[in-house]
Design a protein around this ligand. Structure first.
Ligand SMILES: *Cc1c(COP(=O)(O)O)cnc(C)c1O
Length: 393
């Protein structure tokens, strides 16, 4: 039973506005109502025995939940969509759906830290072995596949360091060996990378980031192709996962402006990265949309755009100088969860997380999120920050 408007033939921007909405069945209200429901009542004994409706039990979804599922599927593709309480939970649930004791998992060395941690702790305890691999490995991943390899996880570009992966080449090898490809598609969002056109079987989003877009709600989504959806759906049900209706409402509200926001984040991100790359204090920039990026060609081949998240490597400075720069910033907040309307910066040391590759870049890494503020104000804030860095160094 479709909840929202039929959006199949619409262009993407129109889908963003209309998918999952059905004002006619909601007294004309533009946005879907927030259903707070656990108990669902059945009108007759016959209905109880053989339910005819999609809404059957609060945890398994209400029209509010189905509206977001339908909207995400309209944009990302896939045969089904599950909504979960966080982006990390989308990663862990997708992995649990396909892995059993004795199985082997391949995980990029540049993966989001908490996803990595889940492999090294929970999955290890459950008897699943993880091998971390160089994210730029491409088709050479064949050398790491074993008869037990059930999942090849990809995240492109990588968290913090922005390596772009050759997902079609990796997917070909994975499929030839009977393994499934699970993608963390958070950076690109469903608009800038189309997972099911590049060999991905299951795609997750930290909807917390750009879908919600306002830095105020935790939420995750998992879509899957026809073959993989039954296992994802089963795992989601068996684990008893669901998200709160008010949070889902905020995700639906955020989604309607995703296209305009993301294009502006992209523009501002490229401009900031370029500007930073020209500064003496900066050694180099890690932004897939810049021609200087080592896998820029793969990004240009596979992606439809870039989000506002990128990193720069500073020339070596003492920690005091870094603190002087960061502490005085007025517009760039220091915080980890990104994708909201505001600009952010966090220092990080990728070397701490690596095992399959080494990160021996001498300078400190700063990860930026380009928000929607005026570019002149953002540059002036950073200009003063870099002056403090220089003065303290
Ligand atoms: C933030 C993030 C997550 C986790 O999302 P939460 O909603 O914070 O749990 C997963 N993957 C990537 C790439 C992220 O940036």
């Amino acid at each position: 039973m479709a909840i929202g408007t039929k959006v199949g033939a619409m262009k993407e921007k129109t889908k963003i506005v209309h998918a999952g909405r059905d004002p006619k069945s909601n007294h004309g209200a533009v946005n879907p109502p927030v259903y707070h429901a656990s108990t669902i009542l059945y009108p007759t004994y016959e209905d109880l025995k053989h339910p005819k409706t999609r809404v059957q039990y609060g945890r398994r979804g209400t029209p509010t939940v189905f509206a977001l599922e339908d909207a995400i599927m309209a944009l990302e593709g896939g045969a089904g969509c599950a909504i979960v309480p966080s982006g990390l939970n989308a990663c862990t649930t997708a992995l649990l759906a396909f892995l059993s004791a004795g199985d082997h998992l391949l995980m990029p060395d540049s993966a989001y830290g908490p996803t990595r941690n889940f492999c090294n702790t929970f999955l290890k305890r459950m008897g699943v072995e993880t091998t971390f691999y160089d994210p730029t490995i491409g088709a050479d991943i064949a050398a790491l596949m074993t008869d037990q390899t059930k999942v090849v996880f990809v995240e492109s570009p990588g968290s913090l360091t922005f390596e772009v992966q050759d997902i079609p080449a990796i997917a070909d090898v994975a499929h030839a060996n009977g393994a499934k490809v699970i993608l963390d598609n958070t950076w690109a969002s469903p608009l800038f990378f189309k997972p099911y056109e590049h060999g991905v079987d299951v795609s997750i989003q930290a909807a917390t980031k750009y879908v919600v877009g306002h830095a105020d709600t935790m939420l995750g989504t998992i879509t899957a192709n026809e073959e993989c959806w039954p296992l994802v759906h089963a795992a989601h049900g068996q684990l008893g996962l669901c998200a709160g209706p008010d949070d889902i409402f905020l995700a639906l509200r955020g989604l309607r402006t995703l296209d305009v926001r993301l294009k502006q984040h992209m523009k501002q991100g490229i401009e900031l990265a370029t500007w930073l790359g020209e500064r003496d204090e900066v050694s180099h920039v890690l932004h897939p949309a810049l021609p200087s990026h080592p896998q820029h060609d793969i990004w240009a081949r596979d992606f439809l755009g870039a989000s506002g998240l990128f990193s720069v490597v500073l020339n070596p400075v003492e920690e005091d100088a870094l603190a002087a720069m960061l502490d005085g910033l007025e517009l760039f907040g220091m915080g980890y969860s990104w994708g909201g309307f505001e600009s952010l910066v966090v220092p990080s040391n990728p070397a701490r997380y690596r095992t399959a590759t080494t990160w021996d870049v001498p300078g400190r890494l700063l990860r930026f999120h380009a928000g929607l503020e005026d570019m002149d104000d953002l540059k002036a804030d950073l200009d003063k920050g870099l002056a403090r860095l220089k003065a303290a160094g």
